[in-house]
Design a protein around this ligand. Structure first.
Ligand SMILES: C[S@@+](CC[C@H](N)C(=O)[O-])C[C@H]1O[C@@H](n2cnc3c(N)ncnc32)[C@H](O)[C@@H]1O
Length: 305
């Protein structure tokens, strides 16, 4: 099977670019690759190393929730030609897995800096390079299900309502919107974790980001005139059988992200790289010893008829 979706499938999609090798506008800093989109607040890299971290994060989140999504969309996903949008798709971890599980549906991932492997892309997936802070390149009422996860670094606090509004615009009546975000503050924090968290909070403030957005999703949905049937699920502690394994993996994942941010955070904290490494090592020990967990939230709602 070819990798492009056919004309009928892509109805409603105004701009397509299948393998994103088109016009690479990335920039390099400290040996890592980053997007170069001017109005974006997103400060994490977009390279293979980051793709591996995102795949691990997907595995962790799926296990924490014991599911890949929360909205009751199974029946939609099993319909021939159903359309699903994954906003800020990253390495395509969620997108590729969903597309494989639901082969009748067509999946579109949009990202400012897509980093998916074209070798593993299912044939019912299309990737579009695009910015969710702007008007989405899709017609009104295109998708049955719009999903977005972990974009709190990508969407400034004052942009959440307009981003949600765009998702609602491209959603079909009766379609579902699901957003999933985390509280980046751990439930219990030792001194090293507190120091690192304070520095990240300062970085959030500098970029106009909202560290508490996960707790506001439900409100954003309830305030939207075209949404109803609002649900919000929270995971406030790790209660699965493999909790210890997940805690170790989450800590590893968090340390990887913090090492990525070393040049920025060490300079903000006015510490040397050696001091920073030591702090991150202590933070890792604290997270394990204090059985810390970052609360997770999934909110979903339906577009009114
Ligand atoms: C933390 S990753 C999450 C990836 C994916 N949603 C997941 O859960 O595995 C955030 C992704 O959002 C993308 N992103 C950030 N700002 C964006 C924007 N304004 N428009 C589109 N994508 C954006 C980044 O490039 C990155 O791939």
């Amino acid at each position: 099977m070819g990798s492009k979706i056919n004309k009928n499938q892509s109805k409603g999609v105004n701009s397509t670019s299948d393998n994103l090798s088109n016009e690479d506008t990335s920039k390099f800093e400290d040996g890592r690759k980053y997007h170069n989109v001017k109005n974006s607040t997103y400060f994490l890299p977009s390279d293979n190393e980051e793709a591996n971290r995102l795949h691990l994060q997907h595995y962790i989140l799926k296990n924490v929730w014991q599911s890949t999504f929360s909205a009751p969309v199974e029946h939609l996903l099993n319909q021939e030609g159903a359309k699903v949008l994954d906003a800020g798709t990253g390495a395509g971890s969620w997108l590729f897995e969903m597309a494989t599980e639901y082969p009748k549906a067509n999946f579109i991932g949009i990202d400012i800096a897509p980093i998916q492997s074209s070798h593993t892309k299912p044939s019912n997936v299309e990737i579009i390079k695009g910015n969710i802070l702007e008007r989405l390149p899709f017609d009104d009422n295109t998708f049955d299900y719009v999903f977005q996860r972990t974009l709190y670094v990508g969407i400034p606090e004052n942009k959440w309502p307009s981003v949600i509004n765009e998702f609602v615009r491209v959603l079909k009546p009766d379609g579902y919107l699901e957003l999933s975000e985390a509280d980046f503050k751990s439930s219990t924090m030792g001194p090293a974790t507190t120091k690192v968290t304070d520095a990240i909070l300062a970085m959030f403030r500098e970029h106009g980001l909202d560290p508490n957005v996960c707790y506001k999703l439900q409100n954003y949905f309830e305030e939207h005139k075209q949404l109803h049937d609002v649900h919000c699920e929270k995971k406030e502690k790790l209660d699965s059988k493999n909790a210890e394994e997940l805690r170790k993996l989450s800590t590893e994942n968090y340390i990887t992200a913090m090492m990525t941010l070393k040049p920025k955070l060490a300079s903000m904290m006015e510490v040397s790289y050696d001091e920073y490494d030591d702090l991150i090592k202590k933070m890792g020990e604290e997270l394990i010893n204090l059985k810390s967990f970052n609360p997770q939230v999934r909110a979903y709602a339906r577009k009114k008829l």
